[in-house]
Design a protein around this ligand. Sequence first.
Ligand SMILES: [Zn+2]
Length: 358
Amino acid sequence: MAARRPGFPRTVIEFQRRFSTDEACELYLAECRWPDGFRCPRCGNEKAWALPARRLRECTACHYQASTTAGTILHRTRTPLLVWFWAAFLMIIDKRGVSALGIQRQLGIARYETAWMILHKLRRATVNLERTRLTGEVEVDETWVGGYQPGGEGRTRKGRRAALVVMALEVGNGYPERLRARLVPDDTSASLVGFVKDVVEPGSVVITDGFQSYRALAAAGYTHRRIVEGSGDAFTNPVPHLHQAIGNLKAWLNGTHRGVTRRHLAVYLDEFVFRHNRRLNLAAAFQTLLGLGTGRGPTTYDTITGAKDLPKVAFTPSKKVARVASMSGATATNDTPEALGASSEQGASGTTARQTGR
Ligand SMILES: [Zn+2]
């Protein structure tokens, strides 16, 4: 399946090469506006003359002039597109944030007020990026993370530090897009479907495994695609893209932040989601910042509570977890072990065993 989204640079060098002129930026806008090629909104003709300096495409048949910046935050701006593109890019790749003075100097913007205004507009879009609900097709699953405990097998079993996290991943044209995650106290319908209601736009397609708590999704206004694992001849992973993200999360937690406890997990979870949404989806973040729609609805100002606002959650055992744990014979695990293969938590319990043996 081909991605409709035009390719996007992943490094500063690539970005520099790709967007070296205003004209190149304008061409990118046109590609975002018409991912399948130009189509005249008035007569449907598919040929146009490019007028990049005026940020227009003129239909060769009816001479209708379509703007390449319409509907974006770049519309009618007097600032060069190049400046906007670089400001947005710098904002995405530098998670510490950029200052108006910084971009004024870096991008050679004459007036401080212009730099400030550019950042102000981009920042608003950044906030919206976190708050807009996922749309289209969204994979949802819950997983256990953390739980590494050097105290030994018995204690791990008894007072486990693992935390339950529910995650939702937007999938567009077969590619992972925006991610949302939340620490939840249990895997009841109230917790799981409650999360989906907060982060996924009603009417979207929500894909889950056969777990019973998700049954309430249809009544909550979603098209629920429930895929029961192991129901066919071959094993089908109902949420393959999300499981990859979950694997990345565990590897990241285990590799970079060994021994994250439940108390601190929320912070790391936020950072992981941030990294996923910015770095793995530079194109999506970039397009959202500039307001370039590719089949995505307009930005809304829905106020939803992110993971930051969540109170600390306590652990409540559940049927599903008990079932999976007994199946895999593991202690603090977790999700479908088949899908994740060697999960990081299994690695962690391995370490625990080694330490106990010493
Ligand atoms: Zn036309």
